[in-house]
Design a protein around this ligand. Structure first.
Ligand code: ZN
Length: 55
């Protein structure tokens, strides 16, 4: 699976997936390059479990 999915919008450097800043120019990377926050996963996964159990 490819790990470098996106390019920096400022310098077109290939971004490491999950990196908060570009490795070349240190500009903030797009939000879709970030990993899913753990708090969001902790919130969503039990909800999905509830939906599966309830349906
Ligand atoms: Zn850059």
């Amino acid at each position: 699976m490819a790990r470098r999915l996106f390019h920096c919008p400022s310098c077109a450097h290939r971004l490491r997936f999950g990196a908060p800043v570009c490795g070349n120019c240190f500009q903030p990377t797009p939000i879709w390059n970030r990993r899913l926050p753990y708090w969001l996963a902790a919130l969503v996964i039990p909800l999905l479990g509830l939906i599966v159990v309830a349906s």
